[in-house]
Ligand binder design. Structure first.
Ligand SMILES: [Ca+2]
Ligand SMILES: [Ca+2]
Length: 222
């Protein structure tokens, strides 16, 4: 299932058998920016080509450092844990990050560049009431400059190279809702008496850091 993420949209997701989602993995796949294409669009002149700028730019790509993170909060809205590039394993390996990709793909390989496993059963035994999945851009290019950004939420725990059954897919490529955006609040898991409920959010933001996003979440999304 591929869902279009609209601003402010939220939908509760359950498995096909109606059970709430349990252990899940989230992933992000994205590409580098083709600087030659962008350079031509912004007007590399004939003289530039003669002196070799255009030639030297052939095959040159600009790195894009997207960062996938999961932040957990207690019932009072206090931060419990941050799983991100700087803290790849939280206590008890409840949240596990596959490692920081700081570049993006040269060519679309169809594989996620970063993934985070969420052990929901173990998470339920902590004070965490909400787990929020976010994506921000460390290198700060707006999303519309990035050739593709695809996100997935998978049913189960998977490493970076594992084939994973998708509960949800989100394709931000060319989506005008994300023009100018540099970050995204993707979805949240909310603890209920019946288990965790997955609620999509799809809110684009211009936040430049995980800390800014954390504050925004604490003010508006818990
Ligand atoms: Ca990264
Ligand atoms: Ca990839």
């Amino acid at each position: 299932m591929t869902m279009i993420l609209n601003k402010g949209q939220s939908a509760t997701v359950r498995k096909e058998n109606g059970q709430p989602v349990m252990d899940i993995t989230v992933g992000a796949n994205w590409g580098k920016i083709d600087t030659l294409t962008n350079g031509l669009k912004t007007g590399v002149g004939f003289f530039d080509k003669l002196v070799g700028k255009a030639t030297s730019a052939v095959g040159a790509k600009e790195s894009v450092d997207l960062d996938l993170s999961v932040l957990t909060f207690d019932a009072q809205g206090n931060l419990v844990e941050r799983c991100y590039f700087g803290n790849q394993r939280t206590k008890g390996d409840i949240l596990v990050h596959t490692g920081d990709d700081r570049q993006g793909d040269d060519e679309d390989d169809g594989l996620d560049n970063e993934r985070i496993q969420i052990r929901s059963l173990k998470l339920a035994q902590t004070t965490a009431q909400t787990a929020v999945i976010i994506l921000n851009n460390f290198t700060q290019q707006p999303f519309e400059k990035i050739p593709y950004i695809r996100l997935g939420i998978y049913d189960g725990l998977f490493g970076l190279r594992d084939k994973a059954p998708r509960l949800l897919g989100f394709d931000l490529t060319g989506d005008k809702h994300f023009t100018g955006a540099k970050a995204l609040i993707l979805a949240k898991l909310v603890k209920t008496a019946q288990g965790w409920e997955l609620v999509t959010i799809g809110e684009p933001t211009t936040d430049s850091s995980i800390l800014e996003m954390q504050r925004r979440i604490q003010q508006n999304y818990l």
